[in-house]
Design a protein around this ligand. Structure first.
Ligand SMILES: NC(=O)c1ccc[n+]([C@@H]2O[C@H](COP(=O)([O-])OP(=O)(O)OC[C@H]3O[C@@H](n4cnc5c(N)ncnc54)[C@H](O)[C@@H]3O)[C@@H](O)[C@H]2O)c1
Length: 304
């Protein structure tokens, strides 16, 4: 089938393009190349802002069956500093992408949401039906995207699956995203520079490997998981201090971080329950954190 991938030149989007092509799909990418730089010369790419109304016209002519919507302003901190820019890309952009799916007569959108929508939850790992408690403009924009997807299903019969992503890491990642700390530790430790852990190092995150994440998207492009929010994470918490130890081991570097004051607004703990995703998509994470970090460090080492 023809699948449109927004954010196709980004970290996760570029791996998704590779996976969809390997599965035998035809792919058209959309990306304004504002941060993404992973462009495949053999894939059709529309260099376009997802908020540009021209997207619907072009989609109507090309008629993708499914759209995987990953293009976004991805930084929580940048969303606090400039909520208008975040909303323009993530709220207006998502509304515009949904309009493009409708104009194309598309069947489904698979939407990349974030575990940030859960804020400070009552219990960990967070189930996908937990109350949404966005605590940043970025999280609010992702909740908005989810609600828009529900609205287009009710109004126009465009199906959706929302994939709520934990902290995604792996080759091609940049320091800006939600698992940017993996990239920051990796680069510093390979260069022999000092590393910093904020607070006492007990803050936790749920790290999921990028090839596991694109496997969930690849499964959701068919009918499975329609009308649902599904968690794409491991359910496991890793502390910042443990992560440093693991990256240092993979890099063959000393495990000696400096400690810096905690950063305002950082959530204390996160892990999301992937259990229902197994039933809905047959998906479970497969790559362990040490194995995924070894592959990530090897990639970073190779491009030096
Ligand atoms: N990386 C993570 O840990 C993580 C966690 C949760 C959710 N997500 C979500 O997954 C998606 C992909 O994230 P990523 O980590 O690959 O980020 P990324 O920054 O590598 O990719 C985003 C891509 O979108 C493009 N883009 C940005 N604004 C655009 C616009 N207005 N029009 C067109 N293209 C635009 C960028 O050029 C980039 O290629 C995002 O929606 C993000 O919010 C990521």
């Amino acid at each position: 089938m023809l699948v449109m991938v927004t954010g196709a030149a980004g970290f996760i989007g570029s791996h998704l393009v590779d996976r969809l092509l390997a599965d035998g799909h035809e792919v058209v990418g959309v990306d304004d190349l504002s941060s993404g730089a992973n462009v495949r010369p053999d894939v059709e790419l529309w260099e376009l802002d997802v908020a540009d109304p021209a997207l619907a016209e072009r989609a109507a002519a090309r008629r993708p069956e499914v759209v995987c919507h990953l293009a976004a302003q991805v930084s929580v901190r940048a969303s606090v500093a400039d909520p208008g820019h975040d909303a323009r890309t993530n709220v207006l952009g998502t509304a515009n992408v949904l309009e493009a799916v409708r104009a194309a007569g598309g069947r489904k959108v698979v939407f990349a949401s974030s575990c940030a929508v859960y804020g400070v939850p009552d219990a960990l790992p967070v189930p996908p039906d937990a109350e949404l408690r966005p605590a940043s403009p970025y999280a609010a924009s992702k909740v908005s995207g989810e609600v828009y997807a529900q609205t287009y299903r009710a109004l126009h019969g465009v199906d959706f699956t929302t994939l709520t992503l934990a902290n995604v890491y792996g080759p091609r990642q940049t320091p800006e995203g939600e698992a940017g700390v993996v990239s920051i530790f990796t680069d510093a430790l390979l260069d022999g520079r000092a590393t910093q852990v904020y607070g006492d190092g007990t803050q936790t995150r749920d790290y999921v490997y990028v090839l596991d994440v694109v496997d969930a998207f690849a499964r959701a492009v068919d009918e499975r998981g329609g009308g649902r929010r599904l968690n794409v994470g491991t359910g496991l918490q890793t502390t910042d201090r443990e992560l440093h130890t693991l990256v240092a081991a993979a890099a063959g570097a000393p495990d000696e971080p400096e400690f810096a004051p905690p950063r305002l607004g950082d959530l204390p703990a996160m892990a999301i329950d992937p259990g229902p995703t197994l039933g809905a998509l047959g998906w479970a994470p497969r790559v362990s954190l040490p194995d995924g970090l070894a592959a990530t460090v090897a990639w970073a080492r190779e491009r030096r």
